[in-house]
Every structure is written in structure tokens, then in C-alpha cells.
Design a protein around this ligand. Structure first.
Ligand SMILES: [Zn+2]
Length: 297
């Protein structure tokens, strides 16, 4: 097969694009800001422009595939986007619109599935059969790979652990439920918890710093975050019992997740001696865009 691969990772703040050669070498990569203002048409335009920019770099008009990771899911029957935290995509035929512009098949997947696929194929999960990928960043997503293939589920929502409702009295989530895991352990969720308790805004990295320096309020919020993480992931492991969990997203750089956080996971899992490896990703921010490029088989 002499087919090149274009991958696009559409995020809330940036659109990253990659071009891989037929033997999967990276030939080109670009990152641009996501158009501000949550306008669907502008996002379609920007993503299409990135596809074209990558396609123009393919030597000799070679054939190529297009895979796109989005912060949401695509309904199997209708092709419409649902549950996206880039909310202007919700209910829109994003894939079909891009296919019309490109005159080509476009594969579209949830970005957490793209992350999990890359880590299962090439990263921290490559020695394991069933890999659950966790993204903890602005939001909180997840994906499932079984034997190096994405398992989408009957409704295309497999892995969406961020939207278990764990607190009926909790904050309202964009998905319509209250007290979702995402509202507790995403970066924005933890920052909101601090605001509720302290009445001041703080950035996640400053909160972690404060905890490490012994600030009592930071400690309260941070330890609660780790306990919520343990409750959510411990429950998930009890249901799914994956061979490994790989953690990605901005919060994956917090070392305490792999020590104190894992202790909490063990506390909340169905039995205390589970040894499920809970691993930091190996491919970092690249996982999403590479996974998008690898979507076409
Ligand atoms: Zn939710």
C-alpha cells in the first residue's frame, strides 16, 4: 500500500495536523488555534484548510486517507455529532460536510479513542490486550482498545467514563447531568471546586504547587480530587477489569496521580489487591493526532 495518512486532532483550543508516510514516518506537523467563538462553519473551514495543507505536501499526488479526532462522538446511524464539549458541533453532520468538501471518505472518532489507539499500538499500552485510555485535561474522556482496535460500543460511547454521574447534588455538566466525573476530576472541574470552597479562582498548576508547598486549602481540594479520581477509576476497573489503564491529558503530568491517586483507586476497586497497571502515556500530546492518522486500519 502506497497510501499516505493525514490525521487531524480538533481540540477546544488548537487544531493539530499530521502527515504520515506509507511506512508511518512523520513528514509534517502543524498546530493552529481553533477558531474562537464556537462557530461551526469556521471550524469546518479551518479543518478543511488543514487537510488541504497536508495533502499539498504529499509527493507526486500520492493517495491518502483522512482521519479526524473530535472532542465528541459520532452517531453511527445518522453521522451526527453528539456529546461534544466543543458544543457547536453537536447535532451537526461534521463528517459528511468534510467528505463533501474533500470529495473523499473521512473517518471520524472521539479524540480519547484516538489517544487510546496510539498508546495501545505504540505507547504505554502496547504490551496489553485490553487498554483503557483516560484523558484528564480541560474535560475528562476515555477510550477502550481491545487487541489494538478501538471498541466503540453499541452506541458509540464506550469509554465515556467522564459522564458517570457520581454526585446528584453536584455541578451541572454540559451533557445535562449533574455531578459527572468530569465536573470532579477534570482541570476545570477541580478549579471550580476550589472556587466553591475558597471563593477565589486558581489554575490547576498553582493548586498542585500550593499542595506541594503545604497550603491547607490547596491540600483539601487536591486530596478530594485524588479521592474522586480513585472512586471513578476504581469503579471503572471493577466493571471492565482492563489489562492496563493509560492516562493522558494535561493532568497526566501530576506525579501524585500515580502514587496517592493509585492508592485511592485500589481503595475503591472491588478488591484491594488489584494490580492493574495505571500508566502515564508515552506519546504525550502526539497521541491524539497520530491516532487520528492511524484510524484507517
Ligand atoms: Zn456530563
Amino acid at each position: 500500500m502506497n497510501t499516505y495518512r493525514i490525521g487531524i486532532d480538533l481540540g477546544g483550543t488548537k487544531i493539530e495536523s499530521i502527515l504520515l508516510s506509507p511506512d508511518l514516518r512523520e513528514l509534517c506537523r502543524e498546530r493552529i488555534p481553533t477558531p474562537a467563538g464556537n462557530h461551526y462553519d469556521l471550524i469546518v473551514k479551518a479543518v478543511y484548510a488543514q487537510i488541504r495543507a497536508m495533502a499539498e505536501k504529499i509527493p507526486g499526488n500520492g493517495d491518502f486517507t483522512v482521519g479526524i479526532g473530535i472532542p465528541g462522538a459520532v452517531q453511527k446511524e445518522t453521522g451526527l455529532v453528539h456529546n461534544a464539549n466543543t458544543t457547536c458541533l453537536i447535532g451537526k453532520p461534521f463528517r459528511t460536510d468534510l467528505e463533501t468538501l474533500c470529495q473523499k471518505r473521512v473517518i471520524m472518532e472521539n479524540d480519547a479513542n484516538c489517544f487510546t489507539l496510539t498508546e495501545a499500538l505504540q505507547g504505554a499500552g502496547k504490551d496489553y490486550g485490553m487498554v483503557f485510555g483516560v484523558i484528564m485535561g480541560t474535560g475528562c474522556g476515555g477510550g477502550l482498545c481491545i487487541n489494538k482496535k478501538i471498541w466503540g460500543g453499541a452506541n458509540g460511547i464506550a469509554g465515556e467514563w467522564g459522564h458517570f454521574s457520581v454526585d446528584p447534588g453536584g455541578r451541572t455538566c454540559y451533557c445535562g447531568n449533574r455531578g459527572c466525573v468530569e465536573t470532579k476530576i477534570s482541570g476545570t472541574g477541580v478549579e471550580a471546586s476550589y472556587y466553591e470552597i475558597v471563593g477565589r479562582h486558581i489554575k490547576m498548576k498553582d493548586l498542585v504547587q500550593g499542595y506541594r508547598q503545604g497550603d491547607e486549602l490547596c491540600k483539601t481540594v487536591f486530596l478530594r480530587f485524588l479521592e474522586d479520581f480513585g472512586r471513578a477509576l476504581g469503579g471503572l476497573i471493577s466493571v471492565l477489569d482492563p489489562d492496563a489503564v493509560v492516562i493522558g491529558g494535561g493532568l497526566s503530568h501530576i506525579d501524585e496521580i500515580y502514587t496517592l491517586g493509585v492508592q485511592q483507586v485500589r481503595k475503591y476497586a472491588f478488591h484491594k489487591n488489584i494490580q492493574t497497571p495505571i500508566l502515564k502515556n508515552r506519546l504525550g500530546d502526539s497521541s491524539g493526532v497520530v491516532g487520528a492518522a492511524l484510524l484507517n486500519g
